[in-house]
Design a protein around this ligand. Structure first.
Ligand code: GUN
Ligand code: ZN
Length: 455
């Protein structure tokens, strides 16, 4: 087995929550990350680490930035071809762009091909952990989980279910949803780096019977996640009120069926009420903020401070295909821009923005002990950022006078062409212009497992 490896480069991470714990950017200009058996053993100054660990092989990435793997808490597998629609709000976009594409995943061959492409692009953008909104077809999800296992990424996903309001092709029954969900969850949940999420599409496409089936599935398999959408668009919210008159608000439509808990991640929440915020915090549920999607569909300006003040856990989501691409750096940039436009906006410096794209997502998914920063004991999930020579970002980094300036430049400008290499648990899952690795079946430590024991 290979011995310890010392990666050399400009290392940056945010090990403590800058919104609640006074965390700040930790940066080492000539830094190093010592990795052994897939785990970070030490992070710090390169000279000091090389003196303390003279036996470690050095992988010199000088000139590149080494950051924690990015965490995307909300991204749709069957929507990549729907990226980049102009001039539509949510319901029109779903009908005209997203749902016709999603109906194609009834074809298992197409679904399998799209799964490989989706996961490749996720890794190519520096994302190492993602909560993925699935397709509406069980064979498509079986193919997706198989591809996810081969990719080496940490993936939480599930069969998307609906029995109202979408076209016939995407509807199922509560009985069928439960049966197929049980089969998929039993096959894939907890296998390698995979986990299963019960996935009612949104309260506008699920009647009470379907939400009850979701509750039953959650109860049947321990440790499942739940993901859905909430409070994204005012027209959608009015529709939910009409479809669920017994619910006091959008959140209550889920909560009445026991779907709001510590392993629930709800996307958007652009228009929450004080009651909903308090209840999300009480239940320990997390919200995935999807700024580029909210801008593109005109859904609104996310009230980030309200969530922080209420004590709601937050993460970032690319929300591909309403969001404009997989990159979490550009989501962090958009999150900052949105806050600048709100009278009560929460100012995001570069450290806070990086935290939203890394540690915040890890914690929102309950994986904060495992990933999200480069502290000793964490899994070695890393992104190596090196812009193409001659690019605007390369030019900026030459003149960045501080770690904050360099990180701000990366957040503003780094896209997939600047991602040189991506590791999960020390194993390569992406290399620019070249082959991907992946752990293969049974290769890596479990997504939910603690760091492997060892020296
Ligand atoms: N609400 C229900 N489905 C979707 C979707 O696919 N994208 C977004 N942005 N919101 C949704
Ligand atoms: Zn979504």
């Amino acid at each position: 087995m290979a011995g310890p490896l010392l990666l050399r480069g400009t290392v940056m991470h945010v090990p403590r929550d800058p919104f609640r714990e006074g965390g700040a950017l930790e940066a080492f200009e000539d830094g190093g990350v010592l990795v052994d058996a897939g785990v970070v053993r030490a992070t710090g100054d390169f000279g000091e680490l090389s003196r303390r660990h003279p036996g470690a092989a050095v992988d010199d990435r000088s000139g590149a930035l080494i950051l924690p793997g990015l965490v995307d808490a909300h991204v749709h597998y069957p929507q990549v071809p729907a990226i980049g629609a102009f001039g539509m709000r949510l319901l029109e976009w779903l009908e005209r762009r997203a749902l016709p594409e999603e109906a194609r995943y009834a074809d298992a061959g197409y679904a399998a091909e799209r799964a490989d492409a989706f996961l490749r692009l996720l890794a190519a953008n520096g994302t190492t952990t993602a909560m993925v909104f699935g397709a509406h077809f069980a064979p498509a999800m079986d193919a997706f989980f198989g591809a996810a296992e081969r990719s080496g990424l940490r993936i939480v996903a599930g069969l998307t279910v609906s029995d109202r309001n979408l076209g016939e092709a995407l509807r199922t029954t509560p009985e069928r949803a439960l049966k197929q969900g049980l089969e998929l969850a039993r096959r894939w949940h907890g296998r390698g780096r995979l986990a299963y999420a019960v996935t009612p599409r949104f309260a506008l496409s699920c009647g009470e019977g379907m939400l009850a089936a979701c509750r039953e599935l959650l109860a049947a398999v321990p440790g499942l996640y739940l993901t859905s959408h909430i409070n994204e668009n005012t027209e959608e919210i009015a529709g939910v009120r009409a479809l669920h008159p017994e619910a006091s608000d959008y959140l209550d439509a889920y909560d009445r069926f026991g779907l709001v808990g510590e392993r629930s991640v709800l996307a958007h929440d652009v228009h929450p009420s004080p009651r909903e915020l308090a209840r999300l915090a009480e239940a320990g549920a997390a919200v995935a903020h999807c700024p580029s999607s909210n801008l593109t569909l005109g859904s609104g300006l996310f009230p980030l401070r309200w969530h922080i003040d209420a004590g709601v856990r937050l993460a970032l989501g690319s929300d591909v295909g309403a969001g404009v691409g997989f990159g979490l750096f550009k989501e962090a940039l958009a999150a900052h821009q949105v806050q600048m436009l709100r009278p009560d906006g929460e100012l995001l410096d570069a450290a806070r923005a990086l935290y939203l794209a890394t540690g915040a997502g890890a914690r929102a998914l309950g994986l904060g002990e495992l990933v999200g920063d480069l502290a000793p004991g964490k899994q070695a999930d890393l992104v190596v950022v090196r812009p193409p020579p001659g690019s605007t970002l390369a030019e900026l980094l030459r003149f960045a006078g501080s770690a904050e300036a360099a990180l701000s430049a990366v957040l503003a400008l780094a896209r997939e062409e600047s991602i040189e290499e991506v590791l999960v648990a020390g194993e390569r899952v992406h290399r620019r212009g070249g082959g991907t690795g992946g752990s293969g079946p049974g290769g890596g430590p479990g997504l939910d497992a603690g760091a492997p024991a060892g020296p």
